[in-house]
Design a binder for this molecule. Sequence first.
Ligand code: SF4
Length: 127
Amino acid sequence: MSESKIPEGSKDIRCIVCPTGCLVHVENISGELIIEGHSCKRGEEYAREEFISPKRILTTTMRVEKGFLPLIPVRSDKPIPKDKLEESLKLIAQTQTKAPIKMGDTLIEHILGLDINIIASRDLIEI
Ligand code: SF4
């Protein structure tokens, strides 16, 4: 369960859990979340999480030493809180890894102290 503070106000959130794409309205009324427009429990949970603590899978590239290519595409192995994305991107930009690399290799463990790793999105051979 998230420990984040419930934000003020309201938001219309497009549920992306399934292709139906319901538009879910979430509103904080005196600290109680009112959620409407979802068609199922999964959508209600998605909208609640997106309102309280939105997260995204981070995708970017990282510099590689001795690689066949100078950069390798990387991603987070779990969604990262949106307010940590910029700091995570800066850290990845300052980091250089070394070939050879296998898809799924952990290149940064527990980024920013989170239980989230930055992993390689492809193989990269050494030159
Ligand atoms: S609320 Fe349920 S039915 Fe609607 S898009 Fe989300 S998962 Fe699909």
